[in-house]
Write a protein that binds this ligand. Sequence first.
Ligand SMILES: [Ca+2]
Length: 351
Amino acid sequence: MQSILKAVLMAVLVAPRLEGFNNDLMLANLLLCNAHCKGSSRPKCENGGFVDHNCECFCPPSLKGDLCQTVETSSACGGIVYVSESKVTEIKTPNWPSPYPAGTKCTWLIKAPADMLVKLTADDLDLPYNSLNRCYHWMEVRYNLIGQLGVKICGEIKGKTWTTTPYGESNLMMVRLDAKFAEDKDAGKGFSISATTAPKPIVEDKSKICTFEPPSDGCFFEGDGNWFVGEDKSPSDYGPSFAYRGQFYAYVDGNNGEDAAKMTYKAPSTMEYCLSFAYYLSGGDLKIHSEDANYFYELWTAQGDQGDGWQKAKVDINAKKDDLIFIIAETGSDYTSDIAVDDIVLKEGVC
Ligand SMILES: [Ca+2]
């Protein structure tokens, strides 16, 4: 199987138009390996959830339910808030403006219609922090990718706003109060925030995507021979148990030793780009570099075992025409350090 996968990846990443290569036969072999979880048995996960290897929804943190349709929160606060155009919904912490109870944790999922953005304003916020400006209790705002940790806000704030962007989960925002982490610290007033919609600008979607799902016309990143296509559970047992999205992903086997595997893309024009991707790291380093005629630039790095799960990352890349953009996987000396990527998206504009 591995040799087939390697051959397919070579075809997909390195030479997608290789003459004489029987793509159809290879893709048929791959599809035979993935006959389950299709059609009506495939759940339609909501709120940023995706289908895992058991054909069940894998939910972003703080969401649960068969389709990720429910919020995990205490009974005193939180829930799903639907906002619509020209309507402002106020969200307040328990007892506002008196202090919230010790140890309170609340989660609100704010949903706008699919063609709208969510706009949030902190009308009044008072949450305790220390002399180093570290938050004892905080409000966390997650948006665009609600599975990814958001900004933590504390102190005394009035009037600050957040708006989702047209990319990603543009009509979803998650707001959390965490007064549990430092439960022994005195509570502040909490927060009173208002949520509403904002118009979604019409954007021409100039994005490039690699999901490694067949049938594929190839990936815009060119991979060297150290990348394989994996499906469901990785052959080595040290990689992911399932793809981040769909059923296939690209990976580098930890058995490669310290060799680096590289995917390369040449910027077609001088432009600001946003590179987003899902990655799985059980050791070694994953790096995003760019290179012009004179220098190379280290733009982003993740190091070491990140646990059993996919992470998401976004990297702003300011590239000139013909600059090279690299995704570099260095598996290190430990044979367990498999590295996988999926859902690589390059969009014009900042992240
Ligand atoms: Ca995929």
